[in-house]
Ligand binder design. Structure first.
Ligand SMILES: C[S@@+](CC[C@H](N)C(=O)[O-])C[C@H]1O[C@@H](n2cnc3c(N)ncnc32)[C@H](O)[C@@H]1O
Ligand code: SF4
Length: 392
């Protein structure tokens, strides 16, 4: 275990990634608050803006090579594979892409036709992240998804047939009407698919979503905490039994299939985000583009970028470290807290940890604090407690 951690630490030093936010969807899912538009007419214009933004930000990263590219959204699979490859080629103008770089495309099952997958298999994309959410049609209807459970299952099988051997699926639990029986069926089907990675999220009622409005009006009832916990527990236990490592709150992988791109967020590596609402981080500052397609494109066409920046002081960087490291199975390394942030914040961590170690929410392993399964379920509360507020 410790050796693997060290191997990862070494790998950490050379990771930089580029993220594209593709801000289009063909239909709006009722739970989703990610930035997107269902009007696709600006699709081609947007592609040109991505290219221009890459050029504008070519000096943002300190590394001249990339270990990952991630097309997220929205729905990146609204673009045909040749357009995705065009963007990868454009990235290549400014950075060397490592020969073993992870290049992920988020895709909706209904886009993964034979033709699409065949063409995609001829591009540099080597990892797929497919939004399944549930295999039960009544859940998919409630969520306003565009596909059935059967279509989703078949899309994964098809992707495997066309050579994709690094596939992740997204699933949501804690959804009203998702009984334990249905949740177990969902997970068992995922295990049967023999895929490499699972992202499993507890439903969040994000403001301004149809689900949040329905909840407010009493048209939806939130799952009670005990039932949610039971679903989460089943997820964690069954994933382990099926050979998945639980390496981040919502993420599980087979050996050697950690999502390298997402790990760079959790391990505080630098990344450049392209597209409306995309975030960037380069150790010194965080930057985020405006979450508005038209304003984003107008600014880029004028040779500017429409983003906000925040310079990070020591406490911001410390709180970022809490937020990212406590999410993972590597945990918060106290030695690096001392080295990077000094004695005061090191002691702050020790004093905050005490009660959680006693209550078995956190365990101390060598010099790291790691959330237990029980701790992961209430991780937001624990992380906010660890944050350092300057005038504390
Ligand atoms: C930004 S979406 C992109 C994926 C792709 N467009 C799709 O729907 O298949 C990434 C994932 O976030 C998850 N997600 C989005 N909103 C959520 C919410 N409110 N609660 C829980 N999970 C959510 C879904 O599992 C979704 O597949
Ligand atoms: S879950 Fe995916 S397809 Fe649905 S609205 Fe969000 S980004 Fe679009």
């Amino acid at each position: 275990m410790e050796n693997k951690r060290n191997a990862f630490t070494l790998q950490k030093k050379v990771m930089s990634g580029v993220y594209f936010h593709i801000p289009f969807c063909k239909q709006l899912c009722h739970y989703c608050a990610f930035h997107k538009s269902i009007s696709l007419h600006a699709k081609n214009d947007m592609l040109e803006c991505f290219k221009k933004e890459l050029e504008l930000k070519k000096n943002y990263l300190s590394e001249d090579h990339l270990s990952s590219i991630y097309f997220g959204g929205g729905t990146p699979s609204v673009y045909q594979p040749d357009k995705i490859q065009e963007l990868i080629n454009e990235v290549q103008k400014y950075w060397k892409i490592d020969s073993n770089a992870e290049i992920t495309l988020e895709a909706n099952p209904d886009d993964l036709s034979v033709k699409y997958l065949k063409q995609l298999s001829e591009t540099s994309v080597n990892r797929l992240s497919v939004g399944i959410q549930s295999f039960h049609d009544e859940d998919l209807i409630l969520m306003n998804r565009r596909h059935t459970g059967k279509q989703a299952y078949e899309a994964i099988k098809r992707a495997q047939y066309y050579g994709f051997d690094n596939i992740s699926v997204d699933q949501i639990y804690g959804v009203p009407g998702l009984t334990m029986k249905k949740w177990k069926e969902n997970l068992n089907l995922v295990y049967k698919l023999n895929i490499q990675h699972i992202s499993s999220y507890h439903l969040m009622y994000d403001p301004n979503t149809v689900f949040a409005k329905k909840l407010e009006k009493g048209q939806l009832t939130e799952m009670d905490e005990e039932e949610s916990y039971e679903q989460y527990k089943y997820l964690v236990d069954s994933a382990r039994k099926n050979g998945f490592k639980h390496y981040e709150i919502s993420n599980f992988c087979k050996e050697n299939y950690i999502s390298r791109h997402n790990s760079s967020y959790w391990q505080q590596k630098e990344y450049l985000g392209i597209g409306p609402s995309a975030h960037s981080y380069n150790f010194k500052e965080r930057e985020w583009n405006i979450a508005h397609n038209h304003k984003y494109m107008k600014a880029i066409k004028e040779g500017k970028s429409f983003s906000e920046k925040e310079e990070l002081n020591i406490y911001d960087r410390f709180n970022d470290l809490i937020l990212t490291s406590l999410r993972t199975y590597w945990g918060l390394n106290l030695t690096s807290v001392k080295e990077q942030f000094g004695e005061k914040l090191y002691l702050h961590c020790l004093s905050k940890a005490e009660k959680y170690i006693q209550s078995n929410h956190i365990r101390k392993e060598n010099s790291s604090l790691i959330l237990s399964d029980k701790g992961v379920f209430v991780s937001n509360d624990i992380m906010s407690d660890f944050f350092y507020v300057e005038d504390e």
